[in-house]
Design a protein around this ligand. Structure first.
Ligand code: F6P
Length: 216
């Protein structure tokens, strides 16, 4: 059946510095993850049980997710009909989705949590009180992100092909909670570590989950 694969981008420059948001590129470790993800996609997603199958690959519009997907190739296949006509199809469609961009931290974008606590202590405290509803000044809340992801989650449910989503921590928490049927309040705390692929296979109520750690 149809399966979803969720992964964060590889380690970014901002991850290394402990800064949130931004549009930084990958570190060497992040690039290594991108290579391993390409291998994983080839062996576990595109080629499953010895057959090739069409797949979708979605990234956000941010550099770190596009760089993480960079080694996953478009596989083009050719078929020759009996009448000599050639027919081509692409096994993997790569698409950029703006609603997969990370929760926007507004005024706090590019800061570390320590800096936010020092510069905006009330904001920091308010977020700890209600992480789901808290909206960054000039930015977004998890609730905002839930709303903008709903059409995308519904599209994933309608898609017959497996979908590999290369996204961000906040975004993937919401998608994960949606597919696993978690309570909204729990979503902002779901553990989505770097360097892992989460495989979700929908069944009647919820999903079967399997996690693949591609590097430590
Ligand atoms: O630190 C990586 C990151 O994706 C940030 O860009 C984002 O603001 C944050 O994680 C989301 O996690 P939390 O909501 O726990 O701060």
């Amino acid at each position: 059946g149809r399966t979803f694969y969720l992964t964060r981008h590889g380690q970014s420059e901002y991850n290394l510095l402990g800064k949130i948001g931004g549009d930084s590129g990958l570190t060497p470790a992040g690039t290594e993850y991108a290579r391993r993800l390409a291998q994983f996609a080839k062996e576990q997603i595109i080629h499953k049980d010895g057959v090739e199958r069409p797949c979708r690959l979605w990234t956000s519009t941010l550099r770190r997710t596009k760089q993480t997907a960079q080694f996953i190739e478009h596989n083009k296949f050719e078929h020759m009909w009996d009448n000599g006509e050639k027919f081509e199809w692409i096994q993997l469609r790569r698409q950029e989705r703006r609603n997969l961009d990370e929760l926007y931290a507004g005024t706090c974008d590019g800061m570390t949590y320590k800096e936010i606590e020092e510069v905006f202590p009330e904001e920091f405290a308010r977020r700890q009180d209600d992480k789901l509803a808290y909206r960054y000044p000039r930015g977004e809340s998890y609730m905002d992100v839930t709303l903008r992801l709903e059409p995308l989650a519904q599209e994933m449910e309608r898609t017959r092909e497996p979908v590999l989503v290369v996204g961000h921590q906040g975004i993937l928490r919401i998608l994960y909670a949606y597919f696993m049927g978690l309570d909204r309040k729990e979503a902002p705390y779901v553990s989505i570590p770097l360097n892992n692929v989460i495989e979700l296979t929908p069944h009647a109520y919820g999903c079967h989950e399997k996690r693949y750690c591609l590097m430590m």
